[in-house]
Design a protein around this ligand. Structure first.
Ligand code: SAM
Length: 341
């Protein structure tokens, strides 16, 4: 008996950690009046945001999570409270659960951050204990880089095995894993496609850390590393594929467009771009895991989880064509791909 190597199914772990959002989301929406408003009328996301005095982008993520959990529903673009929510979550309902739910919520920190970001549309409290993630300054101490790589490696092992199984990587000569973290994706893709060369690209401190994972997995003949700031420095030429995992979700729509444009410029004609992400449904009614992950991005980064429709718009704005996506089998992840004509 003993430790086993990872497999592609770790969804029970994801469900456990994302479940911490369930009660704070309910309480945050009780606090801003979502269920009361949606019991009395039907609203688009924008109209509801205006009525409640909250940010529409943040509200869309909350509504997706509430919809996935059966508290609200969307018909012809307008939201309403479900029978369940009208019965138990309307403050004037005989069966109102709100006082109870508010008093037993032990995750007041997360609830406070959810309410603040809902009201302002911004990452809460760039204050003392809530500094922006290390990479936003473009440089970091080696121990911060080591820490990022360690936690991202655990988080990404199963989805990386799922992504690596996609046959499309066998059609490429050289793939660059942009914002590679520990390099877990590039390394697994290289192991699954022995003829493929892989470049792991990240900020120089993280690339140096990724080199340790290359050495540990003994893939140095196939996989190299490059310390490059993707926003301010020239991208290595040569790769006919660019792979981004959990990178676009860290950034605003505008920054994603900039990244897509930089990728387009660096790729040869016929080159491919890949985005490995947990996708929101195109109509923003779920799924719960994507909506909860998106709220984590809202309170912790400058980004969110995007839908395929949003990614198509971003990628086409840079000049890419043939945008498509499929689930990889690695947890909740999908692989979005597009081609430079
Ligand atoms: C959420 S992690 C994703 C890591 C890995 N792709 C994964 O899915 O496990 C985002 C990565 O983007 C990198 N990153 C952020 N800003 C960057 C920049 N300006 N240039 C290069 N990489 C950057 C970070 O250092 C970090 O490794």
């Amino acid at each position: 008996m003993g430790a086993l190597p990872p497999t592609i199914d770790d969804t029970a772990i994801w469900d456990a950690w994302l479940s911490q959002f369930r009660l704070p989301i309910l309480n945050a929406n009780l606090e801003v009046g979502t269920f009361e408003a949606l019991s009395e009328g039907a609203y688009t996301t924008e109209a509801l945001a205006k009525k409640l005095g909250v940010d529409a982008r943040a509200l869309a993520m909350h509504l997706a999570a509430l919809s996935a959990d059966g508290f609200v529903e969307k018909r012809l673009g307008e939201w309403r409270a479900t029978h369940l929510a009208r019965t138990w979550l309307h403050p004037e309902a005989t069966g109102f659960w709100g006082h109870f739910l508010g008093s037993i919520d032990r995750n007041e920190h997360l609830r406070g951050r959810l309410v603040e970001s809902l009201r302002t549309g911004k990452r809460p409290g760039a204050g003392v204990d809530e500094r922006p993630v290390g990479w936003e300054q473009g440089t970091m101490a080696p121990e911060v880089a080591a820490n990022i790589c360690q936690f991202m490696h655990a988080h990404s092992q199963a989805p990386a095995l799922g992504a690596a199984r996609q046959p499309v990587f066998g059609e490429l000569e050289c793939l660059m894993d942009v914002g590679c973290g520990s390099g877990v994706y590039g390394i697994e893709i290289a192991r699954a496609h022995p003829a493929l060369k892989v470049v792991l690209m990240d900020l120089k401190e993280v690339a140096a850390e990724a080199q340790k994972y290359v050495d540990r997995y003994q893939v140095g003949a196939q996989v190299s590393t490059a310390g490059v700031n993707m926003f301010t420095e020239a991208w290595p030429s040569g790769p006919d594929g660019h792979f981004f995992s959990n990178v676009f979700h860290d950034w605003s729509d505008e920054t994603c467009r900039d990244l897509a444009r930089r990728s387009f410029e660096a790729l040869p004609s016929g080159g491919r771009i890949f985005l490995n992400e947990i996708l929101m449904d195109d109509d923003y009614t779920g799924p719960f895991q994507a909506a909860a992950f998106s709220l984590l991005m809202l309170v912790g980064t400058l980004g969110k989880q995007y839908s395929l429709a949003e990614f198509r718009d971003i990628l086409e704005s840079a000049g890419f064509t043939e945008v498509s996506a499929q689930r990889t089998g690695g947890g909740y992840y999908s692989l979005v791909s597009a081609r430079k004509p």
